[in-house]
Design a protein around this ligand. Sequence first.
Ligand code: BG6
Length: 519
Amino acid sequence: MTAELDEGPGDVTPYRNPLRDPQDRRLPRIAGPCSLVIFGVTGDLARKKLMPAVYDLANRGLLPPGFALVGFARRDYTNQDFAQIVHDSVKEHARTPFREEVWQQLSEGFRFVPGDLTDDVAFERLRETVDELDVTRGTGGNHAFYLSIPPGLFPEVVRQLSEHGLTDEKPGSWRRVVIEKPFGHDLKSARELNRVVESVFPPEAVFRIDHYLGKETVQNILALRFANEMFEPIWNSNYVDHVQITMAEDIGIGGRAGYYDGIGAARDVIQNHLLQLLALVAMEEPVSFDAWSLRQEKKKVLNAVQLPERLDLHSARGQYAAGWAGGVKVKGYLQEDGIPSTSATETFAALRVDVDTRRWAGVPFYLRTGKRLGRRVTEVAVMFKRAPHLPFTKTETEELGQNALVLRIQPDEGITIRFGAKVPGTTMEIRDVNMDFQYGGSFTESSPEAYERLILDVLLGDPPLFPQHTEVELGWKILDPVLDYWARHGKPEQYPSGDWGPDSAHEMLARDGRAWRRP
Ligand code: BG6
């Protein structure tokens, strides 16, 4: 089963020749005059991530002085009430320290538009608000609309924006739309969603968020691979035995039952974050790091992804049962508020894929993600083959494992190289040791939050870190057969909270003579 490259209508970002069009990336990238309009501003994402990121950008001097933040939601708030909401979220979640003078300047640009997404009057008010901001804050007709709302509501908002003239770009100004995942439920719905969004916004004005791409450690995959000489010669099937990509969480679904049930771990994480990580790890060197070149290489890899013939042997799914998290007793998925007791939604998913290219022939990529696992960790572990010959006795190398290069995406950001070393003493005994790079130990700057980087890039109109529609489609082409298979074959297996997933996930690797890492 192979996903095929489909050059969708979205593939129009012009190729920029870096030699003819140089850009000094070291200069601070500061957004020009503009506003950010957030739909769903009272939601969890806006409160925990988006509003704090806006403040952090302002604090770092990366927003223009007249920047405006517009909240749109079905609440009876005044501008002052909205400012208080932003204030609380910034105080609780911002990364950088609170500075009164930054806050004062930023909050002058806050506006709140109360209303329902189907309410014409509210969208008329929104249009008046952005017009007013152009005059009073000098936002210059540049407005980004962030849809932090369930995807079922995208078509209505996009229609309203268009009907009320909010998508009309005046000469020299821009309008952009930012959409959060999930981009559809499967290939068909993703295509339909894209058709609706792109019937109103041109492809280059659509910014799809996969917040993993905004993480420093994820961008560092490109630096590690393409800025260094020592890794490239071994980055292939001659030396690599397999690759494990893990995104484990210790939390349950919290208050997100409405979003999560019916979606599950594979759609929530594998379709987007894990396949993007796979693409960055497996792709060839891009001609440059502009959006067009980067996407070309990522798409080639996603196109080359092969599912195993036997999904019963090479995929696994689970659902957390009651157990322990951080020393506290926690309930199972089926007992969570808002979850039907018959739900077949998986909270753990694991899948083997192969990448059908010369570089990766015969090297399985194992992807796994889950909630209520042993601890929160995201990592890419490149596991190397064993040395072809060991001039030691069996006892001497009893504790020698496989060499590994582990990209620690979070929370303990860095890179580990694991290899065998002689245990000091009079006998030859070899044991695994780790060589570590830690961001905190090498750099004084702390890493910006993914959303800081991504919101700034939206305001700058810089697209490389945003997946293009074709990549989204390829993700669904890979996943759809797995989801279909699971839907036809019973329910996910229960695993105790605090454990590392269902038995079937361990058996899946054991069958290949391998084992999951216990990070
Ligand atoms: C989101 C998923 O995309 O990523 C959530 O929808 C998940 O279910 C979250 O909890 C994890 O993000 P991070 O950055 O904490 O790994």
